[in-house]
Design a protein around this ligand. Structure first.
Ligand SMILES: Cc1cc2nc3c(=O)[nH]c(=O)nc-3n(C[C@H](O)[C@H](O)[C@H](O)COP(=O)(O)OP(=O)(O)OC[C@H]3O[C@@H](n4cnc5c(N)ncnc54)[C@H](O)[C@@H]3O)c2cc1C
Length: 485
C-alpha cells in the first residue's frame, strides 16, 4: 500500500481538478488486482456505488487509502440506469452529459469509455402540444385559442416559458452566488417570480404546473435553485453543442469506475446504521454485517437517510434537512414503436401532453443515424404521483391507452416495455433533491457537513454543479476532506 500521508507533490496534485482524472486513470490501468476476500477493516468505507461514492473511492485509492464500497442494490450505478434490453439502450436515469461536465468528461476519457454526442437530435422536430385531446402544432400555437400565455411569451412552448422567464429575471451575478447567505432574499418560490411578472394562476398552471420542470408545482420550488441551474446551464452555452452519453449506456461509466477500484464493492448490503466511534466509524447493514473504518463516506440520497440511524444523532439542521428536502417525483414509461406511426400522420414523435404520459420524447440513440430508437414518457410531479398509484402493469397500459387516444396513428403500434418510478425506488426516494423556497439558505451547507468521522457526498451536497457533475464534485470534496485538504 502507498503511504497515505500526503507528500507535497500529491497534496498539490490533489488540489487540482486534474487529480480526479489522474486517479481514475491510474486505477484503471495499474491496479487491477482485487483482494481475495473482503476486508473487515479498511481506511475508508464508502456507502453507495453511484457516481459520487465511486469518485470518492477512486480518489482515495489514488492517495493510498484502502477503501471498501457498500452498495444496497444488486448493481452498480445508483441513479444511472441504462435499459439494455430496449433498442438504443435508453436511460431511465441520468442521461445527458454537457460540455461543462469536466470531471465526468475526464473520467470517461481516462477510462476509455466510448461516447456519443447526440446534441441537437432532441430538437429535430418542432414541439407539438396535446391539450384536451387536441393536437396543436408549433405553427398553430402562437395564435391558438388555448394559448393563454402573456403576449411576450405566446411564441414559446409552455415548457420553455419558465426557463425564458427565469433567464430574464436571474439576479445572480455568478451562479455560485446561490450558496452565499447574501442570496437569501432570492430564496423565494417560482410562483412568486411568475406573479411578480404579471402571470395569472391559469397561466402558471399551463406553463409550469402541468408538466413541471422541477418539484410538483411552482409553489414548492425555490427560484434561487432555478437561477443557479439557469446560470450553470448558461455557462455551458456558446461552445460546440454537446450532449454526451456512453455508447452501451451511461451505466457503463460507474461500472468501469468500480472495476478500476482495488477494494471490494459489496453488493446487496443495505446500510441501516452509521456510528461515529472514538477511533473511527462503523457501518451496520440490514443483514447484520458490520464494517469498520477510520472514515465513512456516505453518499445516500436524503430520502434513504431518513431510514438510517446515525449515532450520535446528526446536528438538528442536518437532521431537519434529511427529513424535509423533497425529491423530484418522476416516473418514466419506456415505449417501443413497432412501426414509426409518426410517418403515417407526419407529426412529431415528441408530444407534450396533459395526460399521464406527460412529456413524450423520441430517443435517438443510434450511433450511425438519428432515427428514433424508442420513446420515453416522462411523468413528473403530480402526474408521476398519479401513475405511482397504479400497479406497474396498469401504469404502462394507462400510458399506452392515453397515447392511442390522443394520437390515433399510434393505435396498436406502441409497446410499453418498462416503467420506472424513482419515488418508489427504496434506494433513491425520488429523482433528485429539489429545494423548496427557503431551503437553499437553511439547509444546503448542512447537508454536506462532516459528522466526526462520517463524511457526506451525493448530488444534493454539490455547490457548483448539478446532476452527474454535481455528484462527481461532491465525491471529490468528501475525499479531499478525508485527505485533510
Ligand atoms: C430520471 C433521471 C434523469 C436524470 N437526468 C440527468 C441528466 O440528464 N444530466 C445529469 O447531469 N444528471 C441527471 N440526473 C441526475 C444524476 O443521475 C444524479 O445526480 C447522479 O447519478 C447521482 O449520483 P449520486 O452518487 O449522488 O447518487 P446515487 O447514484 O443515487 O448513489 C447513491 C447509491 O447509494 C445506494 N444506496 C441507497 N440506499 C442504500 C442503503 N441503504 N445502503 C447501501 N446503499 C444504498 C444506491 O443504490 C446508489 O447506488 C438524472 C437522474 C434521474 C433519476
Amino acid at each position: 500500500m502507498q503511504s497515505k500521508s500526503l507528500t507535497r507533490r500529491t497534496a498539490l496534485a490533489a488540489t487540482g481538478a486534474v487529480v480526479a482524472a489522474t486517479g481514475a486513470a491510474t486505477a484503471a490501468t495499474g491496479m487491477s488486482q482485487k483482494p481475495l476476500r473482503a476486508q473487515n477493516k479498511s481506511d475508508v468505507i464508502v456507502i453507495g456505488a453511484g457516481l459520487s461514492g465511486l469518485n470518492a473511492a477512486l480518489l482515495l485509492e489514488e492517495q493510498g487509502y484502502t477503501v471498501q464500497v457498500i452498495e444496497g442494490r444488486d448493481r452498480i450505478g445508483g441513479r444511472l440506469l441504462s435499459l439494455r434490453d430496449i433498442p438504443g439502450t435508453p436511460e431511465a436515469g441520468g442521461n445527458g452529459i454537457g460540455s461543462g461536465y469536466g470531471r465526468m468528461i475526464d473520467t470517461v476519457e481516462r477510462l476509455k469509455i466510448p461516447m456519443l454526442n447526440s446534441a441537437g437530435r432532441a430538437q429535430m422536430t418542432p414541439f407539438e402540444l396535446y391539450l384536451d385531446g387536441e393536437r396543436i402544432s408549433a405553427e398553430q400555437w402562437p395564435t391558438h385559442p388555448k394559448n393563454i400565455l402573456p403576449e411576450a411569451f405566446k411564441n414559446f412552448s409552455p415548457r420553455l416559458v419558465p426557463l425564458v422567464l427565469l433567464r430574464q429575471t436571474n439576479p445572480l451575478a455568478s451562479f455560485e452566488d446561490w450558496y452565499d447567505p447574501k442570496s437569501k432574499p432570492h430564496d423565494i418560490s417560482v410562483y412568486d417570480v411568475f406573479k411578480k411578472n404579471g402571470f395569472t394562476d391559469e397561466q402558471i398552471d399551463l406553463t409550469y404546473n402541468l408538466n413541471v420542470a422541477y418539484g410538483t408545482s411552482a409553489h414548492d420550488i425555490s427560484a434561487l435553485m432555478m437561477w443557479f441551474n439557469d446560470g450553470w446551464v448558461a455557462s455551458m452555452e456558446g461552445g460546440p453543442p454537446t450532449t454526451l452519453s456512453a455508447i452501451g449506456g451511461n451505466m457503463t461509466i460507474p461500472e468501469t469506475m468500480a472495476k478500476a477500484l482495488i477494494g471490494e464493492v459489496h453488493l446487496n448490503r443495505t446500510v441501516v446504521g452509521v456510528s461515529d466511534t472514538s477511533g473511527g466509524a462503523e457501518v451496520v447493514c440490514g443483514d447484520g454485517t458490520v464494517y469498520r473504518a477510520d472514515h465513512v463516506v456516505c453518499s445516500l440520497p436524503l430520502p434513504v437517510m431518513r431510514h438510517v440511524r446515525f449515532d450520535p444523532f446528526l446536528p438538528s439542521v442536518q437532521a431537519k434537512a434529511i427529513s424535509m428536502v423533497p425529491y423530484f417525483p418522476m416516473t418514466q414509461v419506456h415505449l417501443v414503436a413497432t412501426e414509426p406511426f409518426w410517418e403515417d400522420d407526419e407529426w412529431s414523435p415528441d408530444m407534450w401532453t396533459d395526460t399521464v404520459a406527460g412529456h413524450v420524447i423520441g430517443n435517438r440513440h443510434n450511433v450511425e443515424n438519428s432515427d428514433v430508437t424508442s420513446l420515453t414518457a416522462w411523468a413528473r410531479g403530480f402526474t408521476a404521483h398519479k401513475l405511482d398509484r397504479a400497479s406497474p402493469e396498469e401504469g404502462m397500459a394507462w400510458v399506452v391507452s392515453e397515447l392511442e387516444r390522443i394520437r390515433p396513428s399510434a393505435k396498436g403500434k406502441l409497446e410499453a416495455r418498462y416503467i420506472k418510478s424513482w419515488m418508489r425506488d427504496p434506494f433513491a426516494g425520488g429523482d433528485y433533491a429539489v429545494w423548496e423556497p427557503g431551503q437553499v439558505t437553511e439547509f444546503l451547507h448542512a447537508t454536506g457537513q462532516a459528522h466526526g468521522h462520517i463524511h457526506f457526498c451525493g448530488e444534493h451536497t454539490a455547490l457548483s454543479n448539478r446532476g452527474m457533475e454535481g455528484a462527481m464534485e461532491s465525491g471529490e470534496r468528501a475525499a479531499f476532506e478525508i485527505m485533510g485538504l
